[in-house]
Design a protein around this ligand. Structure first.
Ligand SMILES: [Zn+2]
Length: 174
């Protein structure tokens, strides 16, 4: 599939739930909502996809190759890729880890039964995060992991992250 890289974020004008909000921002707070729109688009996809579908083709291709900006606190080398939810605690930076076997063992050491999730927006759509207050906490952790923390890092910043991720993956695939 040919992915066309957008020049600007896509803002919903008439969405009942998110009027005026950008696809990019919602991706990190309510992934399931954006994904459902995409599935609907794909179900009716034609030879001439509309602007929203093209935008979502790009967003979801890039989401798959996103790399968090923070480094694993155990090896201090690899980017963090996963996080653990420990009991009833809020999500905590100490329970973030890369995907190496050794580091995962360290995080599991005292927390065998606690669930581990991928540090990607996609995780927000898992059934575990149907509970909206948990989802809000997980969303906050994801934003921190991707550097989406200042008032300035809005949709433009997230679009740049997505572009960078896709470009990098295309370079390394060749
Ligand atoms: Zn590590």
């Amino acid at each position: 599939m040919e992915i066309s890289v957008p020049d600007a974020p896509y803002f919903f004008k008439t969405s009942a739930k998110y009027p005026g909000r950008a696809v990019e921002s919602i991706l990190f707070s309510d992934y399931g909502f954006i994904r459902a729109i995409y599935e609907k688009q794909l179900a009716h996809s034609s030879l001439n996809p509309n602007a929203l579908q093209k935008h979502l083709d790009f967003v979801f291709a890039a989401e798959e190759v996103l790399t968090p900006k923070i480094i694993c606190p155990f090896c201090r080398e690899e980017p963090a890729r996963k996080f653990m939810h420990v009991n009833s605690l809020f999500f905590d930076q100490r329970f973030i880890v890369c995907q190496s076997f050794d580091c995962l063992e360290k995080i599991r050491h005292d927390h065998e039964r606690d669930p581990i999730f991928s540090l990607r927006p996609k995780t927000l759509a898992s059934t575990y995060f149907r509970n909206s207050s948990l989802r809000v906490e997980a969303s906050r952790l994801l934003k921190m992991a991707y550097g989406i923390i200042t008032p300035h890092s809005g949709a433009d910043y997230i679009l740049a992250l997505l572009k960078e991720a896709l470009e990098y993956s295309q370079k390394t695939c060749i």
